[in-house]
Design a binder for this molecule. Structure first.
Ligand code: F6R
Length: 259
């Protein structure tokens, strides 16, 4: 089962995950990070700023989970722009080594296969950061997505568009399509780290971790993975039936065991 770590602040969650990323950067020859966008991973990226200062990051590779289709890459809310602003520039990473799926309409037909090949050529993802949508999506794998899916074009649900309207001037501006790593792609990463904060995520988190494995809750795919760490605040953990057990397990964890 996933290790569920319940912490009292987003900053503490960011610090815990950032420490593990620093360990990878220092110890793995060619570390490959799976990068999420949206608001959830921001505490991780913030914690990494000071923790990675002075470390050699020239060898760090990264693959974003998803990108809007048909949104110019120069738009401030394209995920290429977000990854540049929140990850590449503040952490001093090599932009050539940090990839984002190509959402250009002209090439989107083969962009998914191209992206899959790039991930495989890089040796696969060592640590995949994930957020979760209120409808249970990970990446932009909306309810009904195949557990075997690979990077491809998807249609965003109206719920996801409404959730993401806060990043745009109006709901009309939120693209209807995206290109996203598939659930099959995500499950190939060696370590999945799913973060969730706030009441709005509580139901999706409980369904993903403690409900049946179902394409209706794409995040329930994490139940099929051998190494998953879920890091949540009290609000996002509030619907978890086994919350006391997760707390007990984490408090009594052997000191030699990382996340
Ligand atoms: C973003 C992504 C999405 C988000 C999810 C939650 O790359 O893949 O699955 O993680 O929509 O978004 P936030 O974090 O903004 O609540």
């Amino acid at each position: 089962m996933a290790e569920v770590v319940i912490l009292d602040s987003r900053a503490a969650a960011g610090a815990l995950v950032a420490d593990e990323i620093v360990r990878l950067v220092d110890e793995v020859r060619n570390p490959v990070l799976g990068l999420a966008t949206g608001s959830t991973p921001l505490p991780v990226y913030e914690a990494l700023r000071e923790r990675l200062a002075g470390h050699d990051v020239s060898h760090v590779r990264g693959f974003a989970l998803d990108e809007y289709v048909g949104l110019d890459v120069t738009h401030p809310e394209s995920y290429r722009s977000v990854i540049t602003r929140e990850v590449i520039e503040p952490l001093g990473l090599d932009p050539e080594l940090i990839r984002v799926p190509n959402g250009a309409l002209e090439t989107v037909r083969h962009a998914g296969d191209d992206y899959e090949r790039e991930i495989i050529d890089a040796g696969g993802v060592d640590l995949q950061i994930l957020g979760i949508g209120t409808d249970g999506h990970i990446g932009f794998n909306e309810p009904g997505s195949s557990f075997a899916s690979t990077t491809r074009l998807k249609t965003l649900t109206e719920q996801t568009r409404a959730d993401n309207a806060r990043f745009f001037d109006s709901l009309d501006e939120v693209p209807r399509h995206c290109i996203t790593q598939g659930l099959g792609t995500i499950l190939r990463a060696r370590h999945l780290v799913l973060l969730a904060f706030g009441d709005a995520k509580a139901e999706a988190v409980a369904a993903a971790l403690e409900g049946p494995v179902s394409a209706m809750i794409p995040a329930s795919a994490v139940q099929l993975h051998p190494h998953v760490t879920v890091v949540v605040d009290e609000a996002a953990a509030s619907r978890l039936e086994l919350a006391d057990y997760y707390r007990y397990s984490y408090e009594n964890k052997p000191s030699w065991q990382g996340i």
